[in-house]
Ligand binder design. Structure first.
Ligand SMILES: Nc1ncnc2c1ncn2[C@@H]1O[C@H](COP(=O)(O)OP(=O)(O)OP(=O)(O)O)[C@@H](O)[C@H]1O
Ligand SMILES: [Mg+2]
Length: 260
């Protein structure tokens, strides 16, 4: 096996604000191989977003450390792309201009960059909306612009924090399909947080279960369903067994936390 792209070593985090101390994560260790798609599920408040921000170098853990491509992560990395639940689009910029923003901050744009951005928008079905402003886009379209913006930088690792959480179930299903297709075509390594166990089983090679306050890693379940995935596979007995396994892992850890 090759060296992992990302490794979390005993990562812990405690927030301290004024007189309030909140332990958010405790002793989380795992690794992520190149080309792997991993989902993290867990109850609200189990430290999922905290973990993602630490992995991406946006937050320094109070314990342990993270290695990315062999180096300790101490700051945001250009090789790591983010998609947050909140789309963070600039309202005064068009879809195309929003997609180009990170590149623009690095260098002066040329014709080639604009072409690449237009092609990337077309890949997610937004060619007709390149000149639209965020207020003219639906929630799903805005999230696709955000995804395009992250992918345009060809990040070695894509981190997604409940990217489709605010969308209706049908749009969410469609975007999950698009995300899978894009990740497969690009052999994109990705780690995505979701509240939905079904979504995790549909998308992931492996599901990490985080639970408790502070959040601890309770299990890592390999999803051995074939690819390309279809929604129909979620009705297979094997998918049902995986969903139960993840649910049990969450429930057992919640019971243990109550007893503590
Ligand atoms: N900036 C912050 N300052 C202080 N405490 C914080 C901060 N961010 C998160 N916390 C606390 O850390 C814990 C974990 O929060 P986090 O946002 O990582 O959970 P989460 O699993 O992402 O939850 P959700 O599913 O609701 O998004 C919570 O108890 C939360 O109150
Ligand atoms: Mg969160």
């Amino acid at each position: 096996m090759t060296d992992p792209l990302l490794q979390a070593h005993n990562v812990s985090h405690t927030y301290s604000r004024r007189n309030r101390v909140t332990p958010a994560l405790a002793g989380v260790s795992f690794s992520l191989q190149e080309h792997e798609f991993v989902c993290v599920v867990g109850n609200s408040g189990s430290g999922k977003s905290t973990l993602l921000r630490i992995l991406g170098g946006l937050l320094t853990p109070t314990g342990g450390h993270v290695q990315f491509a062999g180096n300790t992560v101490r700051a945001p990395q250009p090789q790591i792309g983010f998609v947050f639940q909140n789309t963070n689009l600039m309202p005064w910029r068009t879809a195309l201009e929003n997609v180009l923003l990170p590149l623009e901050l690095q260098k002066s744009l040329d014709k080639h960059d604009r072409e690449r951005a237009s092609t990337a928008l077309a890949l997610v079905g937004l060619e007709a909306f390149a000149d639209a402003y965020p207020s003219q886009l639906s929630g799903g379209m805005a999230q696709r612009v955000t995804l395009t913006r992250a992918l345009l930088q060809s990040p070695a690792l894509l981190l997604l924090d409940e990217p489709f959480g605010a969308l209706d179930a049908l749009t969410r299903e469609r975007l999950n399909h698009e995300l899978l297709r894009l990740c497969r075509d690009r052999k994109q390594t990705a780690l995505m947080i979701t509240h939905s166990i079904q979504e995790a089983v549909f998308l992931a090679d492996r599901v990490l279960v985080l639970s408790g306050q502070p959040g601890r890693l309770q299990g890592a379940i390999s999803v051995d369903l074939p690819r390309p995935r279809t929604l129909e596979m979620l009705t297979w007995p094997r998918a049902g067994a995986l969903i139960s396994e993840i649910r049990d892992c969450l429930a057992t850890s919640a019971e243990e936390a109550m007893r503590e």
